[in-house]
Design a protein around this ligand. Sequence first.
Ligand SMILES: *Cc1c(COP(=O)(O)O)cnc(C)c1O
Length: 344
Amino acid sequence: MQKKNIDWANLSFGYQPTDFRFEARWKDGKWDEGKLTDNPNIELSEAACVFHYAQCCFEGLKAYETEKGEIVTFRPEENGKRMFNTAKRLEMPSFPVEKFVKAVEDVVRANAAWVPPHGTGATLYIRPVMIGSGPQIGVAPAHEFIFRIFVMPVGSYFKGAVKPIKLKVAEYDRAAPHGTGNIKAGLNYAMSLYPTMEAHREGYAENVYLDPATRTFVEETGGTNIMFVDKEGTIVIPSSPSILPSITRRSLVEVARDILGYKVEERPVRFDEIKDMQEMAVIGTAAVLAPVGMVHSKDGDIYLPTGMDKIGPVSAKLRETLTGIQMGDIEDVKGWVHKIDLNK
Ligand SMILES: *Cc1c(COP(=O)(O)O)cnc(C)c1O
């Protein structure tokens, strides 16, 4: 198969239409079979529920080319399950997990020429999205929905060496107690755009959100979970019902505990504990793991002992091991890597 003529090493994280996408439609109380289409556009009623009442949700995962030239994805059934649960909470029709995984396979296979070659650091980003497409003016769920999966090649989050980032403690909340923080809904992002841009304007990569009820515990950033390494070398993961259940985080916990033999604690973490931590990192599909060098709050700046130049040793080990498994360079003892049969 002839790959596309792309400067793989210099890709950014941006939209680019590729050859095929999967689309399924929900109408009269059921999903149709769904099919691949080459049309990147969707035509919608001006009254589509998504435009007014933000009935939409999404997922994000990646496909990789291994050294042997196979194309694989990482735990796609976990994204399928999470989207299933998200849809339920938004009164949207859940898309069956098995069909989700098959649709991911079909789209990646159809766009195999767009999967970045092994060793370039680039990956194929896979974006499933569901919208309430039916017209709706009274406040109620739509009666028609569109589910799509499209893909695009994206560059490595870090160009060259992995460099620590700076975070800011947001003056705003990301999620309400008993709200929608634990689902991947577009609405969680709409209201975070303002604080995100504010953080960027001030020179920070992202916001750290605290628990909305007491503002004493660390939750996550706008689009990633957080982990720490404490003085004893234990990996500490903040837990809260309003944190999004990151698949990268859950995988790193298992890598740390079962493969690398670290002690892992998942518990509420007070903001004032950060000053005693050895390492801090943000984790999610886009960057996998990005080290944090500094956290700014209105009470002053906290510098992690690992500084602003390099990633800490535990974070580095975790990052290398997980990306090694994902790219097929380290044995997949967990059975997480999902091979795509290109000859179907
Ligand atoms: C998607 C997302 C993450 C990361 O989840 P992964 O499954 O690891 O990609 C973390 N936090 C938020 C708020 C998210 O939307």
